[in-house]
Design a protein around this ligand. Structure first.
Ligand SMILES: [Zn+2]
Length: 275
């Protein structure tokens, strides 16, 4: 999703906090002096407001999850990080990324879109052959939040079908399109044995902000256990420009290595995390 959408959500969030504060002050006053009916109305309205705000944050922010179901980073203890690439395969960029990773001996994790797997099965085989991990990013990258159980299962299992004959068994990693989640999606993933994966650092490379800006976003205050989100594709479309992601990669790898970081795939990163 574009950065401006997140900035807009942040602004709406601030307005929400301001409204909540006004409501809370008013509610406290009514609780002291108001009638019984006014007290019930205000408290109900306040609770509804909190529930709505919580639900929106839970759906829209990938790592907003008090239950700890979404895995958004690895352990803080070791200088290890994981690069993840979403929405591929998408040529020629996925091949270029694989070339860079191979040359630098960096393992990564690719969250593939089922429709793109069908377009480039040989690239997925190459990923696995070269020691990378792949994860489920749905069949066609449609938003799952308005889907019913059957439709969500179609997205998850459609991806599995696209992967059939390529390499099984695979780690059961799932990243929701746009990171948007619902309690029923989480429960279906649990049933199917998937871990829901988020990220700790998104740099909005899909906005094409320029290589220098990307470099800056990728290298500021990097910390142990980070899961870094990049894109080698865009939804289920073919040929979308990811040249900036490709261009920023060699220097980013060099920078992290200079800082003493090692790269690993998600299953390894998460295995070393505390429960
Ligand atoms: Zn995606």
């Amino acid at each position: 999703l574009p950065l401006r959408v997140y900035l807009l959500s942040f602004f709406i969030g601030l307005v929400g906090v301001a409204l909540f504060s006004v409501l809370l002050v008013r509610c406290l006053r009514v609780l002291r002096t108001g009638s019984r009916f006014a007290k019930i109305c205000y408290v109900s309205f306040l609770l509804l407001f909190v529930a709505l705000a919580y639900s929106l944050c839970y759906i829209l922010f990938p790592c907003f999850d008090l239950s700890g179901t979404v895995l958004c980073r690895g352990s803080h203890s070791g200088k290890v990080i994981a690069l993840t690439f979403d929405d591929g395969p998408n040529e020629p960029y996925t091949s270029q990324i694989l070339d860079i990773l191979k040359q630098a001996k960096v393992p990564a994790t690719f969250f593939l879109v089922g429709k793109n797997i069908e377009r480039y099965p040989a690239l997925v085989q190459r990923m696995i052959r070269e020691g990378h991990t792949v994860g489920n990013h749905s069949l066609d990258h449609a938003s799952l939040i308005f889907m019913n159980r059957r439709e969500i299962l179609n997205e998850i299992e459609g991806w599995e079908k696209a992967m059939q004959g390529i390499a099984l068994p695979l780690p059961k990693l799932f990243r929701a399109p746009h990171g948007w989640k619902t309690p029923w999606l989480v429960s279906i993933l649990k049933e199917k044995g998937y871990s829901l994966i988020g990220w700790s650092r998104g740099v909005w490379d899909s906005d094409l902000p320029g290589v220098e800006v990307l470099q800056q976003r990728l290298t500021q205050k990097i910390s142990n256990g980070e899961i870094i989100l990049l894109h080698d594709g865009c939804d289920s479309r073919a040929g979308v420009d990811r040249s900036q992601t490709v261009a920023v990669l060699p220097e980013t790898i060099r920078f992290y290595r200079q800082q003493g970081f090692q790269f690993t795939t998600l299953p390894h990163l998460l295995a070393s995390s505390p429960p």
